[in-house]
Design a protein around this ligand. Structure first.
Ligand code: DI6
Ligand code: FE
Length: 403
């Protein structure tokens, strides 16, 4: 006897083993036991099974719970004032020189207590959850000293322990050079590799390490030094690569068997080939592209041609992507980058799971995976990308329970 049986629904399984668009099953049923999917198929195929609770969904569409595989949603303060300044003509650089930009978020994040940081971040997490997110990755990177980076990761952990959502934590210490190290870049990289990484690892505070490989971030050599230390500790690798220029970060990350390279507006074919050979995901971030009014798009055709799985994420951060809606990102991935609605939904489900190394646990509606599901009152899956400002699913199920 199963715990739950969902019936009278259409299912976008997103399982590539299923024939047809969205891996769809019309008039389907999903059996759930102990928080996991035990069986999915056509209603008639599951007719012989019984469950404590049988729920008819009135023809709704069920998708996997959405996965936001790239966010910076833990931070202090916000930068709405800078948004106004930029609309009045100030440039990102002028604001940064006046002590604003990332530095202002670093100051606010350092000043916040752990509890204050958790409570400042909770509404952003809740907004993503209301939008259908059941798994979210959160990066550090606004602390930039040992205690503050640990505090950010502890805040992300506390959020995951107090909300019905799965949180993956990533150390992004090489995000920006902290002001006190302005003339001492090597010392900061050494602090990260020799002190911060071992501390994070000892407390099991992150599963992966990321870096911002960019002219205004860190050089490929600095990133390599950090990644070597991280790999030695058994941490997985991700990289902000080729967002504003091509420093060949994607290929660098591929050399470390990375999970993903993210942004990728300026990646070239050699970078895409390296990603394909390493089995990496490409994480596309249309919110940052939109908010920065970029014009150079990631090479979606090239990624398709080389079979690189494309994920889509919010990049939720206070500076370049203050985005709180996962489905809006799916829509923008279609409108701005040319993804199909099926690719966009795969980008926030199956391929986002790949980008986090969670493909055996979440990302498709398949027997054995966690029962993380969204129930949408829509007539076809493309509606998830079509509506601008879609409020979220009618029901959100996390690990088998309504949440
Ligand atoms: N890429 C970005 O665009 C942001 N971080 C990153 O790695 C900028 C974050 C900010 O301005 O706060
Ligand atoms: Fe980012």
């Amino acid at each position: 006897m199963w715990d739950r049986l969902l019936v009278d629904c259409n299912i976008a399984t997103m399982d590539p083993a299923m024939a047809g668009p969205f891996g769809a099953i019309e008039n389907g049923a999903i059996g759930i036991q102990d928080g996991r999917i035990v069986r999915v198929g056509r209603r008639v195929e599951l007719a012989g099974y019984q469950a404590s609770k049988v729920e008819a969904l009135g023809g709704a569409w069920v998708t996997p719970g959405l996965i936001d595989c790239h966010t910076h949603l833990v931070f202090g303060g916000n930068r709405a004032g800078e948004f106004e300044q930029r609309l009045e003509g100030a440039t990102y650089e002028e604001i940064a020189q006046a002590g604003g930009g990332i530095a202002s978020t670093v100051t606010a994040t350092r000043q916040a207590s752990l509890d204050e940081l958790v409570e400042a971040s909770r509404p952003r997490l809740n907004a993503l959850m209301r939008g259908g997110v059941t798994t979210v990755e959160i990066k550090s990177g606004y602390g930039l000293d040992i205690d503050s980076e640990l505090k950010m990761l502890l805040a992300a952990r506390a959020l995951g322990e107090s909300e019905p959502v799965r949180i993956e934590r990533t150390l992004l210490a090489l995000h920006a050079l902290p002001p006190e190290f302005r003339e001492r870049r090597e010392d900061y990289v050494r602090l990260v590799t020799e002190s911060l990484l071992p501390a994070v690892n000892a407390q099991d505070l992150a599963g992966a390490v990321d870096a911002f490989c960019e002219g205004i971030g860190f050089t490929p050599d600095e990133v390599r030094t950090c990644f070597e230390a991280a790999s030695d500790l058994g941490l997985r690798i991700k990289l902000h690569a080729e967002q504003l220029s091509n420093l060949h970060g994607a290929a660098l990350a591929a050399g470390f068997d990375a999970l993903s390279a993210d942004h990728l507006e300026h990646v070239d074919e050699a970078g895409v080939e390296a990603m394909a050979a390493a089995g990496m995901a490409a994480v596309l971030l249309p919110g940052a592209f939109f908010a920065l009014r970029e014009t150079k798009k990631p090479p979606v055709d090239l990624l398709r041609r080389h079979g690189v799985p494309m994920a889509v994420a919010t990049d939720c951060n206070p500076g370049t992507s203050p985005v709180l809606s996962p489905t809006l990102m799916m829509g923008m991935a279609c409108t701005l980058f040319g993804l199909t609605p099926e690719e966009a939904l795969a980008g926030m489900t199956r391929n986002a799971a790949l980008a986090l190394g969670l493909q055996d646990e979440v990302g498709t509606i398949s027997a054995g995976k966690s029962a993380d599901l969204c129930v949408w009152r829509i007539s076809r899956p493309a509606e998830l990308c079509y509506w601008i400002g879609l409020p979220g699913p009618e029901r959100r199920i996390f690990a088998g329970a309504d949440a």
